[in-house]
Design a protein around this ligand. Structure first.
Ligand SMILES: Nc1ncnc2c1ncn2[C@@H]1O[C@H](COP(=O)(O)OP(=O)(O)O)[C@@H](O)[C@H]1O
Ligand SMILES: [Mg+2]
Length: 327
């Protein structure tokens, strides 16, 4: 495995068993997360982003299951670890921040206790005073006054709770933070501040961040690279600069077209109609073909292969497959 890659999935597949059959929420996804980057994972609701995020931590619970693939994190295939070993990875190396931190913070525990417990699971011998001092230092770095450590989660604002979640990940000294729609419940000003903070923390703590969002504007704000997901598959992956300037996949083009104030070279943009497919019964061929204004006959029949089409930019789309065979 390459050294600059922190996390690499290979053909990751996740299904949910339902009464009507299997929902293919993540379908053979191979994705690399580079050390030190902020990777934005974007797509409309229901595309499988949260499922992918949870699968990276092996946190898929029944009726879901990881039905195939490899999860290479920092040199180990997490699929081969025992549940106990996985708990160490979750509790120490990968941190997670959710849209609503209230669901992951214990409501009857003060913020300080969350933090000191987290510090202690990582370093059991740390004294009370030292753990408290570390917690104070962390939250102050995140712009929360140390007095607030004695509050309960519900006494904090949404933005502060998100900061507490981040401070927990920092207390773990996590290498990777997976943030799933962390700013969706915040107002735009608090959101902008939070995104700035993420970039600062990445620089200061050498973090790698996977930022999951349905909002491609958030990706533009914060990410170095972007992975666009559609119907459980990767549609396009590349540097934010390249993808925003010259999106290859018609789905990416549609997503970008819906954002005001993003200038594109492409003039033939269109308004994206319809909605993502039901993953119980996804369309044949390219799952985007029923909505795609550039669809060709082949698109309904065969699945396009995901591959690099220009340096640093990969996509799964027949428009580029044909180009490749003509060359
Ligand atoms: N517990 C579950 N049981 C059955 N289907 C689920 C479950 N969780 C998610 N799904 C389905 O998996 C697909 C992907 O969901 P999700 O990962 O939450 O997407 P996103 O985060 O992009 O909105 C959706 O079709 C959703 O309905
Ligand atoms: Mg989600």
């Amino acid at each position: 495995m390459m050294d600059d890659i922190l996390y690499s999935t290979r053909d990751l597949t996740v299904d949910y068993a339902t009464r009507s059959g299997d929902v293919h929420a993540v379908d053979q996804v191979s994705l690399d997360i580079r050390r030190g980057e902020i990777l934005g994972l974007v797509g409309e609701s229901g595309c499988g982003k949260s499922t992918l995020g949870k699968a990276l931590m092996r946190m898929i619970r029944p009726p879901g299951r990881i039905s195939g693939g490899e999860l290479w994190f920092d040199g180990r295939n997490l699929m081969t670890l025992s549940e106990k070993e996985m708990q160490h990875v979750r509790g120490g190396e990968i941190g997670m921040v959710f849209q609503d931190p209230m669901t992951s913070l214990n409501p009857v525990q003060r913020v300080i206790d969350h933090l000191t417990e987290t510090i202690r699971t990582h370093e059991p011998k740390v004294s009370d005073a030292a753990a408290r001092a570390r917690a104070e230092e962390l939250v102050e770095k995140l712009g929360i006054r140390r007095e607030r450590l004695d509050d309960y989660p519900h006494q904090l604002s949404g933005g502060m709770r998100q900061r507490v979640m981040i401070s927990l990940a920092l207390a773990l000294r996590a290498k990777l933070v997976i943030a799933d729609e962390p700013t969706t419940s915040l107002d735009v000003i608090v959101e902008a501040k939070f995104l700035d903070l993420l970039r600062e923390l990445r620089d200061e703590f050498d973090l790698t961040i996977l930022m999951i969002t349905h909002n491609i504007g958030v990706v533009a704000e914060v990410a170095d690279r972007v992975a666009v997901m559609y119907a459980g598959k990767m549609a396009e992956v590349g540097d934010v600069y390249g993808v925003f300037r010259d999106p290859k996949h018609p789905y990416t083009q549609g997503l970008l077209q819906s954002v005001p104030n993003i200038d594109l070279d492409e003039h033939e943009l269109y308004k994206m109609e319809g909605s993502p497919p039901n993953l119980l019964n996804p369309p044949s061929g390219c799952p985007f073909h029923p909505r795609c204004p550039q669809a060709m006959d082949v698109c309904a029949v065969e699945v396009p292969v995901f591959h690099e089409v220009v340096p640093g930019q990969s996509t799964a789309c027949w428009l580029y497959e044909l180009e490749a065979t003509r060359d």
